[in-house]
Design a protein. Structure first.
Length: 117
């Protein structure tokens, strides 16, 4: 699994290298080509070859409505706390999605039953 990069400020390649000791060659974004800088409040992957799961997760986290809050939460609470919270919530979110799918199937079946009468 790839590491997630969240920054509350824009980082130029030289600053990124000075802070983290690596070049931007291993950074991926959901915008397509390799980024030339780390933009503030936008998630990036620390992986030159992200998996399909990594790309999907990054696309969901790149939603403009949540990425600023996600960055602020990461900066204020720390990366380990955010990671632990996401691991704890993952099974719950899976159950909510499964329940939603069952409810949708039930309501569509109910509408089909009503239309058949």
């Amino acid at each position: 699994m790839s590491e997630l990069i969240l920054s509350s400020r824009t980082l130029e390649p030289r600053t990124f290298q000075n802070l983290y000791g690596m070049d931007m060659g291993s950074v991926s974004s959901c915008d397509g080509p390799q980024p030339t800088r780390i933009m503030a409040n936008r998630p990036y992957l620390l992986s030159s070859q992200p998996s399909v799961f990594d790309k999907t997760a990054l696309a969901q986290l790149s939603n403009p409505h949540i990425r600023r809050d996600l960055t602020a939460l990461s900066v204020s609470q720390g990366g380990e706390t955010l990671s632990a919270a996401s691991q704890a919530l993952a099974p719950l979110l899976y159950e909510i999605k499964a329940l939603s799918a069952r409810l949708q199937a039930f309501t569509q079946g109910a509408w089909t039953g009503l239309l058949a009468r």
